[in-house]
Design a protein around this ligand. Structure first.
Ligand code: NAP
Length: 254
């Protein structure tokens, strides 16, 4: 089950905490990957590391690293064609890259709003748009976007981030309806609090307060998200579209 052998996947933010777990998970199931990020050095190191997670019988599969700054629309427009060129096609798109620029609404600067919208929302739109045509031609595709529990619940200090994540959910539902007849599914995975660089910066007291709000009593791991992504990417998940799988330790039962 969940054999991704023969599938090509583009994963954005693949050098980050959750993205690297997703990339490892997809590679372990047999997919060939184009991993993307804005930091070329980090990306190269990760691509090499990824080979270790490729099953022995797929060792000839070479994953590729493609640098792209998602805040730059011109670079984003070139990412999907570059991935298709390197991989020979695209079956799975994982929009994972994301940033936070938290601030209370009254203090939020235009730049904080713009950066979050450009990287979290607009870049995903451009990549989904670019994936639609080749997936329609192939009559197969899996588009998976990493959103967040706060896109549904809201969160003080994250008006920009919550708006972007909520927007991604609505965008996925719209595209899912456009592409369903072509055997292309469009879904989201919404993490709660996951142990990565993004959450590592929180003060200990805040982490303890967060854990107290999670019925499972702990933050999740990147692997928890990767498992949901591998499932949605699989052929077995072909009748699921426009949905969100919430992976949050019971923190919000939506
Ligand atoms: P992370 O460790 O900070 O990784 C973020 C990734 O995004 C990095 O690979 C980074 O690559 C990439 N990125 C950032 N800015 C970029 C840009 N301008 N262009 C291209 N790539 C860029 O974050 P994470 O925790 O793994 O988060 C991954 C996703 O999960 C995000 O969408 C986040 O919103 C979501 N999420 C996380 C949590 C959590 O608790 N951690 C909870 C809910 C949702 P470079 O360094 O190479 O730029």
């Amino acid at each position: 089950m969940f054999d991704l052998h023969g599938m090509n996947a583009l994963v954005t933010g693949a050098s980050g905490g959750i993205g690297s777990a997703i990339a490892r998970g997809l590679a372990a199931q047999g997919a060939r990957l184009a991993v993307s990020g804005s930091n070329a050095d980090k990306l190269r190191v990760f691509r090499d590391e990824l080979d270790e997670h490729t099953p022995q019988h797929l060792q000839e599969v070479d994953h590729v690293a493609i640098k792209c700054d998602l805040s730059n629309p011109d670079e984003v427009e070139k990412l999907m064609p570059a991935a298709i060129d390197s991989l020979g096609g695209i079956d799975i798109l994982v929009n994972n890259a994301g940033i936070t620029r938290d601030n209370l609404a009254m203090r939020m600067k235009d730049e904080e709003w713009d950066a979050v919208m450009r990287i979290n929302l607009e870049a995903a739109f451009r990549l989904m748009r670019a994936a639609a045509r080749p997936m329609m031609k192939a009559k197969f595709g899996r588009i998976i976007t990493i959103t967040s529990v706060v896109g549904t619940t809201g969160n003080p200090g994250q008006m920009n981030y919550a708006a972007a994540k909520g927007g991604l959910t609505a965008m996925s539902k719209s595209l899912g309806q456009e592409l369903a007849s072509r055997n292309i599914t469009v879904n989201c995975v919404a993490p709660g609090f996951i142990r990565t660089a993004m959450t590592e910066v929180l003060p200990d007291a805040q982490k303890e307060a967060l854990n107290a709000r999670i019925p499972m009593g702990r933050m999740g791991e990147g692997e928890d998200i990767a498992a949901a992504v591998a499932y949605l990417a699989s052929r077995e998940a072909g009748y699921i579209t426009g949905q969100t799988i919430h992976v949050n330790g019971g923190m919000a039962m939506l």
